[in-house]
Design a binder for this molecule. Sequence first.
Ligand SMILES: [Cu+2]
Length: 443
Amino acid sequence: MTSTPSTRKALRLLAVVAASLVLAACTQDPELTTLGDDLAGPEARQIDNFLQWILWICYAVFAGVLGVTIYAWKNFGIDGDDYEEDDWPEQIHGNDKLEYAWTALPAILLFAIGLFTLTVHNSLNSEDTNPINVVVNGESVSWEPQVVVVGQQWWWEYQYHFGDVDVDQERVQTLPTPDITTATQMVIPVGQEIELEITSRDVIHSHWIPSLNGKRDAVPGRQSAPWKIEADRPGVYFGQCTEFCGLSHSRMRMQVVALEKPEFDAWIEAQMQGVPLDADTAAYVDALVAGDTAAPENSQQRAIATFRGKCASCHLMEGVADDLWSEESVAQKLVAGAAPNLTHFSSRTTFAGGIRNVWDPKTGEFNQNDLAQWLRDPASIKANFTELDERGRLRGMPNLELTTQEVDDLIGLLEITGPKPSPEVIEATGVEAPTEENAQGES
Ligand SMILES: [Cu+2]
C-alpha cells in the first residue's frame, strides 16, 4: 500500500478519534460509573461482567469488519481519480454461502446476547433477601430488608417500614406512616441485600446508584418489580435521577450510605426519636400544642414558633410540629403531596436533592451559608416553577420571605436535629461548592 495523501488524512483522523476515546476515559474519580474496579456490590458487578462480555463480542465484530474492509481495500482498491473501466475487479452478483453466513452469524450472536440478558435480568430481579434483626424502640424485630423509594420533583424519599407491612402494595399513598423517612440519603447495612420498592408521586423518574446496581424507573401509581442493592464495604455511593423529569432534573441526586451493622443499628435508634429538645423547650412545645399562646424565650423557641407557623404544613418535624402536619395539608400545597421530613435533617450530609452540603466537608461545621441561601431564596439554588398548577399547588420549596432573624433561628433549630454523621461520611459525601455559573440556570 502506498501512502497517498488520502490515507495519511484517514490515519490522522483515526489517531484523533482514538486519542479522544482514551482521554475521555481519564476522568478522575468518576462518581457515576458502571464499569471498573470501584463497583461495590454484587449486582453492579454482575452487570459489569455481562457488559464486558458483550463488549468483547463487539470488539470481535468490529475487528472482523475492519479486517475485511482493509483486505478489500488493499487487494481490490484503485488509487487516484483517473482509472480505466478495465481496472475494475471482476464484478460478481449473489453468493449463497456468504449470504447464509451473514444472516446466521448475527442471528446466533443476538440470540446468545438476548439469552444472557434475560438470565442476568432475572437474577437481578429475584426476590430472595434474608431477614435481619434490627432493634426498634428497644425491641429486636426481624426485618425483611426493604426500602420504599419515592421519586418526586426533584428529590428522593426513602421509607423504612419495620412492622408487618406489605410494601409491595400498589400505591405509596396507601402505605402506613413509615417508621423512618429520609430524603436524598438511603442508609443501609453492609453485606446485606436490600430490596427496593421504587415508585413516584408525580412524573416518571429513574433511580440509579451505578456502583451498586442499574437503573429502575419510578412510575407513579406503580411499584417497581423487586430491585436489589447490596454494598460489600462501608462507604458513600452516589446516584442521579436518570429519567428527564422537568426543570430541576439534573439537581435530583442521591446517595447510599453503607454502614457496618452496629452503626446502622445506632442510626435506626436515633431516627426513631423526635428532635432532641431540652425540658423547657419541650414544655414550650406542649403549651403551643395545647393552644396556649406562650411567648418564645430564646432563639430555639422562636424557631419553633416560626416553623409551626410557616413550615409545618409541608414539613414534618417530630416533637416540634407533628400536630400541624398531615398528608392532606401537604397535598393541598404541593403537586407531589410530600416535602422532605426534617425531623433528622442534620443527620444527613446533603440537601436540596444532594446538590449542597449539610455539613462542610472541610471544616465539619454546619453549612449555615448554603442553608441561609436556601431558606431566603430556594430557587437561587434549585430552579423551580414560580407558577402554581391549576389547583394552586407548587413544585419545590417556596420563597417564604423570611426575615434574617427567622432564618438564623431556623438554622439553629435545624442544626440540633441530628445526630451529626461521622466525619468519614461527611467527607465522603462532600459535594463540590457550586460556582456562579452552575448555581443557576443550568439544568
Ligand atoms: Cu427525577
